[in-house]
Design a protein around this ligand. Structure first.
Ligand code: ADP
Ligand code: MG
Length: 409
């Protein structure tokens, strides 16, 4: 037998012993198929309770979902849209990730057009934008599934904007409303644009946003969204901030992810089987180490399973967990693309435990080539994007803490 075949078989055996078909953890919500998202989606009940009644009303609403990278904005928007689709057969839902240099009208137009394959005019719009083949690609999949269209939107770049996208959208929306009671459109990742531009985009799109569709927009609060929440209250009917999970919710989330990949079903009240290959103890440590950030949780959990498979471990014991966390640490530290200043900033945060404008020195700022704390915000954001640090929830000051994985001995 060739080495690769033997390795595949060994690997299969470990997964069998874990009662898992595959590693269930993923870093981004849009890479989950819609059914899987629904199976693993955890918590956010209070937030859903605020959204669902709005979706029952006749009057269209605008909802802003904000929170830091990896907190679960995309997952939340996709869950809401899919839930609406399942529970209201008269609703049409569309989702798109906003691309750099794309205005909201164009985004909404593309999102809706992709959900109207029967509308020739919509398809012509897509073709004019060079997106016609996207439809064909998507149609070859199970079709109309949000999770799938979400995946393809990631590939659209540098779209040539039509001359009057907002007007074109209006026309299309009118047509959609002939066959659907309501149209809900999720435009994810406003923060792919710089803050000044986001404000401009929203201003330009006021007419469209106040039109006849429901809108769900998301962004992270790097100056931008907090500002929006404060200054553009009139524009949004509801602003939802997503916060980190507590440890118990993360623990539930772990069980759901594992359950979504089980080979053999397990009984509901068998806690040990539900956590396997984690033990209750190592499961708890993993949950504590992810700081309640779903993406940190997913990343660490998947590194740990990869390492455990590599070690052919039947169970994630304390020793195996330690090896997994060490592996996660090396992977996180090994990410490339930092500037020297960002690397220095990370060292600083690790050294201080928590960095804020109160405990940073002038000398430290100078070493990063700046004079004021505010100037390092883009560098902080670069580290946030790579899951290395997070901002602590605090309205008055900015305080940054490292990913606990990086501090593991
Ligand atoms: N409520 C949740 N339940 C289960 N998994 C979640 C939840 N929120 C987020 N996730 C998962 O965590 C990861 C990061 O979430 P994502 O929605 O992409 O974050 P954001 O859009 O805020 O950057 C994804 O794998 C996503 O599926
Ligand atoms: Mg997202």
């Amino acid at each position: 037998m060739s080495d690769i075949d033997r390795l595949f078989q060994q690997n299969d055996k470990i997964f069998e012993r874990w009662n898992l078909r595959e590693i269930p953890f993923t870093e981004s919500a849009s890479s989950l198929r819609s059914q899987t998202l629904d199976r693993v989606f955890t918590g956010r009940v209070e937030e859903l309770k605020q959204v669902v009644p709005l979706l029952r009303g006749r009057e269209r609403k605008r909802v802003l979902v904000y929170g830091w990278t990896g907190i679960g904005k995309s997952a939340f928007i996709l869950e809401v849209l899919q839930g609406l689709q399942r529970n209201d057969s008269q609703a049409k839902v569309a989702y798109i990730t906003l691309q750099p240099n794309m205005d909201l009208g164009t985004a909404a137009l593309i999102a809706l057009a992709r959900e109207m394959p029967e509308d020739e005019w919509a398809q012509r719009q897509l073709n004019e934008m060079g997106l016609g083949n996207l439809i064909r690609q998507r149609d070859s999949e199970i079709g109309g599934q949000l999770g799938i269209s979400a995946k393809f939107t990631e590939k659209i770049l540098d779209v040539e904007p039509t001359k009057y996208p907002a007007l074109a959208f209006e026309g299309l929306l009118e047509r959609a409303l002939k066959t659907s009671d309501r149209v809900a459109i999720g435009i994810d990742d406003l923060d792919k644009q710089d803050p000044a531009r986001v404000r401009q985009l929203l201003e330009d799109a006021q007419g469209m946003l106040k039109g006849d569709a429901w809108f769900f927009l998301s962004g992270h609060p790097g100056g931008l969204t907090r500002d929006l929440v404060n200054r553009e209250r009139g524009l949004f009917d509801l602003s939802l901030e997503l916060n980190p999970f507590d440890v118990d919710t993360t623990y539930t989330m772990l069980k759901k992810y594992l359950a979504s990949a089980r080979i053999k079903d397990i009984s509901d009240n068998d806690e040990v089987a539900a956590l396997h290959p984690f033990t209750p103890e190592t499961a708890r440590i993993l949950c504590e180490k992810s700081s309640g950030i779903p993406r940190w949780f997913n990343r660490s959990a998947s590194y740990i399973l990869l390492r455990a498979a590599n070690l052919e471990a039947d169970k994630i014991t304390l020793d195996i967990l330690e090896a997994g966390l060490e592996y996660a640490k090396v992977q996180l530290r090994g990410q490339t693309g930092f500037t020297a200043e960002e690397a220095y900033l990370l060292q600083l945060i690790l050294g201080k435990g928590i960095l804020s404008d109160e405990n940073i020195t002038l000398g430290e700022l100078e070493r990063m080539g700046v004079k004021e704390f505010n100037e390092i915000l883009p560098m902080i954001n670069a580290l946030v994007q790579q899951d290395l640090v997070r901002l602590l929830p605090d309205d008055r000051a900015i305080a940054i803490a490292p990913n606990p994985i990086l501090q593991a001995e």
